[in-house]
Design a protein around this ligand. Structure first.
Ligand code: BGC
Length: 543
């Protein structure tokens, strides 16, 4: 068997890491099939080193029919041949580890693809069989079982049940091609432990756990609705489907495996749960870290950001968590565009009406995006960067219907925004085939204006967003000390805080300039004259 590289280091590297999310199918296509691949990712290791990131997180690269962008996994211990092979995965780990960049992989335990051999076996087996018990099959209601077992809606469509040929129904919280596992079944538990060991042994440094709060379910009686969202999930663990206490029994077993390795493997929960319920996921016997999406869903403004920052710093101090500050990922409108939307916009409604004629002030969006990033890179905790945001890339809004891939769009009758616009392959060069993404075009259409945001257009250009990210991440590494954080001044336009060693961060959320505080300006997200901090800008200073 091939050797595997492991990266030594402290157990708590993740607490302050800058993690770069790669959506593999849209990062860099080396073999020319229009789909990004491992060779492409390997070839860009030097680029990510020059960006200064501590780790990469790979969204799913497993074999998949792509019913949900790869979050429908047909084999948890293999690689989609369009993306590469296990040998290439080993090369990727070697390459990134040789540059001291850690690698986190996505694990999708709530559901598999309907193409997973277990689901295919379940379909071929009779009702009540042990193979069906790995998933959630039930008889229907009505005289002949013609009605679904309950009125449960899926996250993507009005019904969370799909009927199979012999009349039974199976449950899916997402698309019908994503049947939910039955986590009460010991075989399911054992198989995931095997998967975790498989990737740990190949050298991965950690896991991002998809919909981590959904695995444990109480199906008696069968739930008829899904309380999706931190505002409606009950705070006592009593929801039938989400955030049940028993989910941590599963993670306690995983944690034992993570702790067998040195350094310990890490895990981060994607769990949209109420604030009061986050403790469970960050406990030392559970996953250890939970995504903090609060700033991503907050309105641009001093008051809302101050609250989010205070709440999360308090939570981290009480719980031992380390916040992940994040603005963008593969599920949301890129923040350079989001920050240009009118305040209070319902994004789904806006998207449906305006995507061919958005009329947004993208210059303002970009100013805020840059200011926001410099603000969060100063905070205690870790920062997650989504591929392309370091280029200030806006959302691609005008993708024609017939080229959309996201099931959320189609299954919701175009009433819920498509996530394709943030998944368009990123531009590496100013011109040429798919702007340097690959030699033969890209699986999602890129707009004509893409080249102006490319790496080539920004590399070495003073003031470009790429150079701002590079400079800020390098400086952060120099300045990072302990966890200390203290407000120096806040008002309805300004947040000004101090970290360790006299490092100060000030953001002006207003449109008018404010006086620049005393001290040496180390970096600023906008052009400035040294005496004033422009509107929608952040600066770092040393007093
Ligand atoms: C992922 C989505 C995916 C869903 C179902 C998520 O939260 O981030 O992209 O559609 O889980 O797997």
């Amino acid at each position: 068997m091939a050797h595997h590289t492991f990266l030594a280091g402290p157990d708590d590297w993740w607490r302050t890491a800058v993690v770069y999310q790669i959506y593999p199918r849209s990062f860099k296509d080396n073999d020319g099939d229009g789909i990004g691949d491992f060779r492409g990712i390997i070839g860009k290791a030097a680029y990510l080193k020059s960006l200064g990131v501590d780790a990469i997180w790979l969204s799913p690269f497993y074999p998949s029919e792509l019913a949900d962008g790869g979050y429908d996994v047909a084999n948890y211990r293999d690689v989609d041949p369009r993306i590469g092979s296990l040998e290439q995965f080993d090369e990727l780990i070697d390459e990134y580890h040789s540059l001291s960049i850690r690698v986190i992989v996505d694990i999708v335990p709530n559901h598999s693809s309907d193409q997973h051999p277990w689901f295919q076996e379940a379909l071929a087996a009779p009702p009540g069989s042990t193979t069906r018990d790995r998933y959630i099959f039930r008889d229907g209601r009505g005289e002949n079982g013609e009605l679904p077992p309950s009125d449960l809606a899926s996250h993507f469509s009005p019904l969370g049940w799909t009927q199979v040929r012999d009349g039974q129904w199976y449950m899916h919280l997402f698309a019908k091609e994503q049947p939910d596992f039955n986590w009460d079944n010991p075989e399911v538990r054992e198989d995931f432990k095997k998967t975790i060991r498989f990737w740990c042994n190949r050298g991965v440094d950690g896991f991002r756990v998809d919909v981590a709060h959904a695995l444990a379910k109480n199906l008696d009686p069968l739930p008829s609705h899904q309380s999706f969202g931190p505002d409606i999930i009950p705070e006592d663990g009593s929801d039938a489907l989400l955030d049940r206490n028993e989910v941590h029994e599963i993670y306690a077993e995983w944690r034992e495996i993570f702790n067998e390795y040195s350094p310990k493997r890490i895990a981060i929960a994607e769990a949209w749960v109420p604030h009061s319920r986050k403790h469970g996921y960050v406990s030392e016997t559970s996953l250890g870290q939970i995504f903090n999406f609060d700033i991503a869903v907050s309105r641009w403004g001093s008051d809302s950001y101050r609250k989010v920052i205070e709440d999360n710093i308090t939570f981290d101090r009480e719980s031992g968590n380390s916040s992940t500050w994040v603005f963008s990922n593969h599920d949301v409108i890129r923040h350079a565009t989001r920050f240009a939307l009118p305040p209070g916009t319902d994004e789904d409604e806006w998207y449906e009406k305006n995507r061919f004629n958005p009329g947004l002030d993208l210059a303002l969006g970009l100013r805020r995006a840059r200011a926001g990033t410099i603000l969060i890179l100063g905070l205690p905790g870790s920062t997650y960067i989504y591929q392309g945001e370091e280029l200030g890339l806006p959302e691609v809004l005008g993708i024609p219907d017939d080229q959309m891939q996201d099931p959320q769009w189609e299954l919701h009758n175009h009433e819920k925004k498509s996530r394709d616009g943030c998944r368009v392959p990123i531009p590496w060069t100013k011109e040429g085939s798919s702007f340097g993404f690959g030699p033969n075009g890209s699986h999602l259409p890129q707009p004509e204006w893409f080249g102006q945001y490319s790496v080539e257009a920004q590399e070495g250009v003073e003031g470009s967003t790429l150079e701002l990210y590079r400079e800020a991440i390098a400086l952060r590494h120099e300045l990072l000390g302990d966890n200390s954080f203290r407000w120096i001044h806040t008002d309805d336009k300004v947040l000004h805080y101090e970290r360790t060693g006299g490092w100060q961060v000030i953001t002006n959320f207003g449109d008018e300039p404010v006086p620049m505080p005393e001290g040496d300006v180390l970096i600023c997200s906008a052009k400035h004259d040294g005496t004033e901090l422009p509107g929608n800008a952040t600066a770092w200073l040393r007093a």
